[in-house]
Design a binder for this molecule. Structure first.
Ligand code: 0O2
Length: 277
């Protein structure tokens, strides 16, 4: 378990660095929250039995990919793919598989992007490649998944049909909310670009001292507004983001949703992939 703990620490550091960079160098921050968990022994053994995995250390290491888990929550779906691209392009992360439950939600409504990566952990006498599952999802998807997870365990997997139907409805509602919020966000950004003002679009960004003069501290004043000259920090030029590097190593996983790692263009759309899956 020490190796997995260290793997989590390595991945957390990478994501924290990205979050800090966005915080200080960009107008928006796609990372709302970062969390991690080490799978509990009970949950691990249940999964070993469920998957019919031999109960040996070697087999578990080879077949169970989510012993170490890191979760990133974002405001918008486009942020998810942005973070995904930034991680996939890191040279010391080997992507074993990607499960895109956003493009193909699970039948119960679960949505999230899972990246299974291997990260090198430098020990005193060797380097260990540790497998870590990174789950990237919106706040709405995370809200849904947390409750669904609780309900699933409360009923020990035998969730009443009525609850399953309502959960599915709730997942669809969460997806609609994500779409609406992203549209609103895009409109606000377009408006801001039209007036020449770069607005704060991340609710996490605290108002600076000059913003505190006005109650509407999270939006820019109109150009002819008497306070228009009070927000010079908002006009900072946006810095270009790094582009995705060489395609990551891919090893197909066991699930239907496991797919090779596709690259995305700047708008978050998948670039054509030669793999027929
Ligand atoms: P915990 O408590 O987080 O350890 P599977 O065989 O489908 O269970 P597999 O093949 O490893 O798992 O694939 P997957 O889909 O990547 O699942 C790994 C983890 O993703 C799960 O771990 C959950 O954390 C999360 N997850 C996957 N599907 C669902 C879902 O339908 N609902 C919720 N709420 N979470 C999901 P564990 O072992 O389930 O739980």
């Amino acid at each position: 378990m020490l190796g997995y703990k260290s793997g989590i620490a390595e991945v957390m550091t990478k994501i924290t660095i990205l979050r800090d960079e966005f915080e200080h160098m960009h107008d928006t921050n796609p990372i709302e929250h970062i969390g991690s968990r080490l799978k509990s022994p009970e949950s691990l053994m249940a999964k070993v039995r469920r998957k019919g995995c031999p109960p040996t250390l070697e087999a578990i290491r080879e077949q169970i990919w989510d012993i170490a888990g890191v979760r990133i929550t974002c405001s918008f779906v486009s942020d998810i793919y942005r973070i995904r691209d930034l991680l996939v392009s890191q040279r010391d992360l080997t992507v074993l598989a990607e499960r895109d439950y956003i493009a193909d939600p699970k039948p119960n409504g679960y949505q999230s992007l899972h990246l299974i990566v291997q990260v090198p952990v430098f020990l005193s006498d060797r380097v260990e490649a540790v497998t870590v599952e990174i789950q990237i999802r919106t706040i709405a998807m995370d809200f849904w998944a947390s409750l669904e997870h609780k309900i699933y365990y409360k009923y020990d997997g035998a969730v009443p049909a009525r609850l399953l139907t309502e959960l599915k409805e709730a997942a669809l509602a969460a997806a609609r909310l994500d779409t609406t919020m992203e549209q609103l966000h895009d409109e606000v950004r377009a408006l801001a670009a039209g007036t020449g003002h770069a607005r704060h679009t991340s609710p996490r960004r605290p108002p600076t001292s000059c913003c505190r003069r006005s109650r509407t501290s999270w939006t820019s004043p109109a150009p002819n507004h008497p306070n228009a000259d009070l927000t010079p920090h908002r006009r900072r030029r946006r810095r270009p983001l790094p582009t995705v590097g060489a395609a990551a190593t891919v090893r197909p996983g066991p699930g239907d949703h496991t797919r090779p790692v596709a690259r995305r263009d700047a708008g978050g759309r998948r670039e054509p992939c030669s793999d027929p899956r």
